[in-house]
Design a protein around this ligand. Sequence first.
Ligand code: DX5
Ligand code: ZN
Length: 225
Amino acid sequence: MTPFIAPSILAADFARLGDEVNAVLDAGADIIHFDVMDNHYVPNLSVGPLVLDSLRKHGITAPMDVHLMVKPVDRLVGDFIESGANIISVHPEATEHLHRTLSVIRDAGVQPGIVFNPATPLTVLAEVIELVDLVLIMSVNPGFGGQKFIPQSLDKLAQARAMIDASGREIRLEIDGGIKTENIALAAAAGADTFVAGSAIFGSADYRETITAMKAEIASQRASG
Ligand code: DX5
Ligand code: ZN
């Protein structure tokens, strides 16, 4: 699968969000990672479907990868479907009926994703692998940008890779948290094909240079592996 770089808007300048999103897309970003936090499931508050609506109205047509860190998650799923999300990922802890939540997303023609926290085992994946188009492995505890990458998540990535390959389905494997140019090759080696980066991209002086360097790291890992 073609590797995707997914800048997380959480690290963008929210006063200029539309321009920031256009800037990372111009700089080579493949999809936009849209982090939604509720001060309940995670100890932080970010943005809701209204902001996604605004970005669409601003003319942004790029795929929107919505990462829901809200509990309960079900009511907001409908709002994000209407706002034009392309991927909607949910944490199994945030819904009483994961199979139903993923089915609602799929039936609406949106790609469902499942997210695993550092301490959440992958076991539930086997039960819903036929329903998901994306598996997201958290390499930090969700809630904040700019945290340090947790190295144990590489093992989980590799386990998820094996499960996805065994399923024979086209499922993206995404890594989220603490990804930088310096460690992105490790995540690629462990099987990730979709890479979220917030602070490493939006905190850099030159978005294009950073995204290009990230893509080069992934390409050289793939060539050597
Ligand atoms: C954390 C979010 C991440 C975060 C990534 O809860 O899901 O997407 O914004 O930020 P960095 O790349 O700075 O770790
Ligand atoms: Zn995220």
